[in-house]
Design a protein around this ligand. Sequence first.
Ligand SMILES: Nc1ncnc2c1ncn2[C@@H]1O[C@H](COP(=O)(O)OP(=O)(O)OP(=O)(O)O)[C@@H](O)[C@H]1O
Ligand SMILES: [Mg+2]
Length: 507
Amino acid sequence: MTTTPLLEAIGLSKSFPGVKALDGVNLRLAPGSVHALLGENGAGKSTLIKALTGVHRPDAGSIVVAGREQRFADPAAARAAGIGVVHQERNVIRSFTVGENIVMERMPRSAGRIDWSKVRGEAAACLALLDVDLDPATPITELSSAQMQLVEIARALYTETRVLLLDEPTASISGAESDRLFRVVDRLRDDGRAVLFVSHKLEEVYAHCDTVTVLRDGESVLESQPLAEHAHDEIVDTMVGRSLGSLTVPTRSAPRDVAPALELDGVTTTAGHHDVSLAVRPGEILGLYGLVGAGRTELAHAIVGLERITAGELRIDGSPARIRSVRQALQRHRLGYVTENRKEEGVFLEQSITRNIAVTVWSSLARGTGLVSGRREREVVSRYVDDLDIRISSLNQLAGRLSGGNQQKVSLAKWLAASPRILIIDEPTVGIDLRTKRAFYELIWRLADEGLAILLISSDLAEMITLADRVAVMDRFAITGEVENDHDYDSMSREVIRLIHADADAL
Ligand SMILES: Nc1ncnc2c1ncn2[C@@H]1O[C@H](COP(=O)(O)OP(=O)(O)OP(=O)(O)O)[C@@H](O)[C@H]1O
Ligand SMILES: [Mg+2]
C-alpha cells in the first residue's frame, strides 16, 4: 500500500555562487515516520531544509505537500502549509520573552489587542508538552543555546504542524534533553505526522528513525529507504563515497618524567569547584569526563580567568600563574582555549575564512616584526583548511556562508593555527561529520606527539576512550578519580561510570 507523502521534494536543485548545493534531490516524508537526513558537513542538508521551507527559492524541481505542488514565497507560506522547522542556527527574537518567541507567529488577541495572559498561558502549555520547565516570562537572552532550541521546537509545535524539520537538534544538548526531544518526536510520529531529523550521531539515528536519505555533494545518493535495510558501515560509506575502513588508534607512550605544563593544585573557584587537582604534561592528552553540568566547562573558565580561583594554585610550567583573559592566556602562556560555544563565540560570520583562522595567528606570526605578510598568513590558513578538510569555495569566502560543521572546523583551526603549547578543548567534535572527526583525532595525536599538552573535555565517552591517555572524572565540581586509559571500551566505561557515582554512593 502506498500512502501519499506529507511532504515530497522532486528533483530539487539550488546553486550558490561557486557551489551547486543541491542537485536534483528527491525526498519523501510519509505520515507516521521519522526520516533521517544524513550527509557529511557541506553535503547540502541545511540547504535542503531551507529550500523546503521558503528560506531559499529552489532553482529547479518541485515541492509537493500532501499531494499538492506548492511554491513557498517565504517562510510564513511554508508554515501556513503545516511545515514547522527548527534550523541549525538559533532563530529567536532577542528582545522577546520565551513566551513571545513561542507564540509570535500567531499572537493571541482579544478585542484586537494582544492578550498577554493568553500569551503566557498558551506558551506555558506548549512548554509543558515538551516537559520543559521554563517560565514564559523569562527574557530569551537568559537561556542557554540548548534551551533556546527547545523554545524553537515549542514554537514549531504551537502552529499546526504536520511536518517537523529538525536540523541537528541534538548537536549541543545533553543526553537528558535529547531523551525529552525524542519523546516528542515519537509522539508526533504516533500521531501520524512526519519528522525529518538531521544528525551526525548515527546511534540516535538508528534508535529513532525508520527511513533515511543520504546526501553527498548535493545529490541524494540514497533516497527515502527503510533504515533497517542499511547497516551502519554502509551508511557511512555512502556518505563518504568510498569505504572509510576502521580507525587505527596509535599506541602512544605519553611521557611521564617531564614536569607538567598545566597544573591545578587544590583549586577552589567562584564557580563552585572545591579542591580540584590535576596535571597535564607536554605530549599528554588528559580527558576530563563528566555529565553535563558537572563543572567541566566552568573549570576551563577558571583556568583562563573567566571565573576566579579563590584557593589553591594554578601553575604553568611549574610557576604559579594568574590568567585574566583568554587573550592573555594565549599571549603570555601560549595556552589556547577552544570553547564549547563555538557557534556563538568562536566564529566571526561576517569575516573571511582567512581572517577567522588568522586572528590568533597574528600574535604568533607577528612576533618580532609586528607584521604578517599576506602570503605567510595564507600559508598557515591553507594548511589547516587541508588538515581539517574544510569545504570552502575560496579562502576569502565569508565564514557565515559555510555549512554549520565547516564553521565549527574554522573555529578549531583558529586555535590550532596559533600553535599553542597548552590546549584546552571543550566538546571538539560536536556537529562534525565522522570522517573529519577522524582527521581531527589524527591531528590531535600528532600535536600531542609534537609536545602539546592537551586537556580534552568531552561528553562523548567513546571519543574520550579513543583520544585520552588518562581520564579524570568530574562530578558536582570535584574530581572523583582518575583512570589510566587502556582503550578498552567496556572496562573503561564501567570504571568511569563508577567514578561518576562514587560520590553519590558515599553520601
Ligand atoms: N547562503 C549561502 N551562500 C553561499 N553558499 C552557501 C550558503 N549556504 C550554504 N552554502 C554552501 O552550500 C553547501 C551546502 O551547505 P549546507 O549548509 O547545506 O551543508 P550541510 O549538509 O547542512 O552541512 P553541516 O553538516 O556542516 O551542517 C556548502 O558548500 C555551503 O558552503
Ligand atoms: Mg547544516
